[in-house]
Unconditional design. Structure first.
Length: 569
């Protein structure tokens, strides 16, 4: 009997004795056991915002090395609203104008009731300030928000509701950058639905895809599609592999990937190459199991009635050697060392047919900390970003968590040292009559860095935040020996008067050295000309440059490096 078989038998026995640790959604389980499985239903009655509730506190905002964090669920004066709660955020960015960002979340008017609604906020200045108008449908139970934006700048908000007898989704559309929404289109659906939009530029461009947990569903199947811009959605159809607690991605060729939990086996990935064809009956090329050396879990001590995290799938859409690679990431309970939560990653270089051995991204030496809510996205240049919450800094070795980040510039082969991007906070304060901080975060990457929607309790209550994360070095480097090396350094850093920028280019090429703000907007061009191979120096900084955080970006031919600069007062 091999080790895998022994583990399956041991864990099966545990689930029979302790059904509350069940992580698989099994249609053959008893009705009592089904009650333990994770799903969204209304429990408490709707409570409107209490009249005269004007109690506020300063909103949390943080500017640090490599990250800017801004609270999203604020009042008209930018203040934190006391007594409410917000969690489980999803983010979308207008591909034509990165100043326009929309975040949706589960909004609780008061922590006295777990009745939640479809909360949302929007920004027109690249996330520096936010407008929180309220909820899309006041008084209507809504959960599991998932957002995306099409190539024309239209935003979409997929939201679940339940009446105890069924699970139904609507997809709302905004043509005004998230300021207003239509009445929504019925989109079938079920618990923990996910949505993505084809932005490939091919025949499926604009298609909206959605899948969900088949066990808690409005129909017998678990997939639907819209080919008319969200005006209507096709009847439910077969979803290969029955993934749940997962996400979706469309590659540069318009092929659709769906990934999710698969019980004790870890993760399943399904692929469809014909979903992009309007009028087609959606077929699935295959579904394949991905060994992650662990399984996705629910009802863990750190998030008592929620998930440890979802499965994230994304693809490399760059024009580099990694184009077409498929990646999966998840927070899992480990098989090999019983760690309660590690961030595990796997890669496919053949369109999802076969997968690499899993890699652990978190680099803490112990095997008892929780790394949870692992989230991944891939930049247009092929860089892979990963964030998660991490308990390694909790002095009491309990559940206090901090935000951590790592990236890969070599298609997931190696990862940067883990970087702590926030202070620690207690995720178990401010529960809105529901013992969890939601079930997931969401992230979108660009060539400069990552846009993250997440929740924390820095205000001693659950609130939603936007973070702009800028790694020290961005861009895929295709190194083929020393002759292709590119270097960029800035010193002193931080600086007060001027900083010296030193850079080396590998060969004769067109060189640009520019200064950007943390949103990638170029504010100063220092070099823009053909240059021979060699090392160059120049100075940056004068009285017209205010104190703050900047990026110095070096472009040499088709290569790029970026580093951060901090100017002090």
């Amino acid at each position: 009997m091999n080790k895998s078989t022994v583990f399956h038998l041991i864990l099966s026995g545990m689930l029979l004795v302790f059904p509350s640790v069940s992580f698989t959604q099994n249609t053959g389980s008893s009705s009592d056991k089904k009650a333990y499985l994770h799903h969204e239903i209304p429990d408490d009655a709707y409570l409107p915002v209490p009249p005269g509730n004007a109690k506020t506190s300063p909103a949390y905002k943080y500017n640090g090395t490599g990250i800017i964090t801004v609270q999203v669920n604020v009042n008209a004066n930018g203040e934190n609203i006391l007594g409410d709660a917000a969690n489980e955020p999803s983010i979308a960015i207008d591909p034509n104008d990165s100043n326009k960002i929309v975040i949706g979340w589960r909004q609780f008017n008061t922590i006295s009731s777990n009745f939640r609604q479809a909360g949302y906020g929007y920004s027109t200045d690249a996330g520096q300030t936010w407008t929180f108008p309220g909820v899309i449908e006041p008084g209507i139970f809504r959960s599991d928000p998932v957002l995306d934006c099409d190539n024309s700048g239209n935003f979409y908000y997929n939201s679940l509701t339940s009446d105890y007898n069924g699970y139904f989704c609507k997809v709302f559309k905004s043509t005004s950058g998230g300021a207003g929404w239509n009445t929504g289109a019925d989109a079938w659906g079920g618990d923990k639905q996910w949505m993505t939009i084809d932005k490939s530029g091919g025949i499926g461009t604009g298609n909206i895809y959605s899948f969900w947990t088949y066990f808690y569903s409005s129909c017998a199947e678990a997939f639907t599609r819209s080919t008319d811009g969200g005006t209507s959605f096709e009847e439910c159809s077969y979803m290969a592999g029955d993934p749940y607690w997962g996400t979706m991605a469309v590659d540069a060729e318009g092929d659709l990937y769906v990934a999710g939990a698969a019980g004790i086996d870890g993760v399943v990935v399904a692929k469809s190459t014909n979903a992009q064809i309007p009028g087609s009956i959606v077929d699935w090329d295959f579904s394949t199991m991905v060994f992650m050396d662990g399984y996705l879990n629910v009802q863990t001590p750190i998030n008592p009635v929620g998930l440890l995290g979802q499965t994230y799938v994304d693809v490399d859409r760059s024009n580099g050697p990694g184009r077409g690679n498929v990646y999966v990431l998840a927070s899992v309970v480990r098989f090999s060392n019983s760690d309660p939560g590690d961030i595990m990653f796997a890669r496919s270089t053949d369109g999802g047919l076969t997968w690499s051995a899993p890699i652990r991204i978190n680099d803490d030496p112990e095997s008892f900390h929780y790394q949870w809510f692992g989230t991944m996205s891939v930049a247009p240049n092929g860089r892979i970003d990963a964030i998660w919450l991490d308990t390694r800094n909790d002095p009491d070795d309990l559940f206090k968590s901090a935000l951590y980040y790592s990236y890969s510039n070599d298609y997931g082969e190696t990862w940067s040292n883990n970087e702590k991007l926030s202070g620690i906070f207690d995720p178990q304060v401010g529960y809105p009559q529901q013992d969890k901080m939601g079930d997931y975060f969401d992230m979108v990457s660009d060539d400069i860095g990552a846009h993250l929607a997440w929740a924390n309790t820095f205000n001693e209550e659950e609130d939603v935040y936007y973070s702009r994360i800028i790694p020290d070095i961005t861009g895929i480097e295709h190194l083929q020996g020393k002759q292709d090396q590119l270097s960029l350094t800035c010193y002193p850093n931080p600086f007060k008067g001027q900083a010296t920028i030193r850079y080396r280019t590998p060969g004769n090429c067109f060189v640009r050295v520019v200064i950007c703000n943390l949103y990638g907007e170029e504010i100063r061009t220092l070099v823009e000309k053909e240059q021979p191979a060699g090392t160059n120096t120049l100075n940056f900084g004068d009285g017209s440059i205010p104190a703050g955080y900047y990026l110095c970006k070096l472009e040499a031919g088709n290569k790029m490096k970026t580093t951060r600069l901090i100017k002090l007062k």
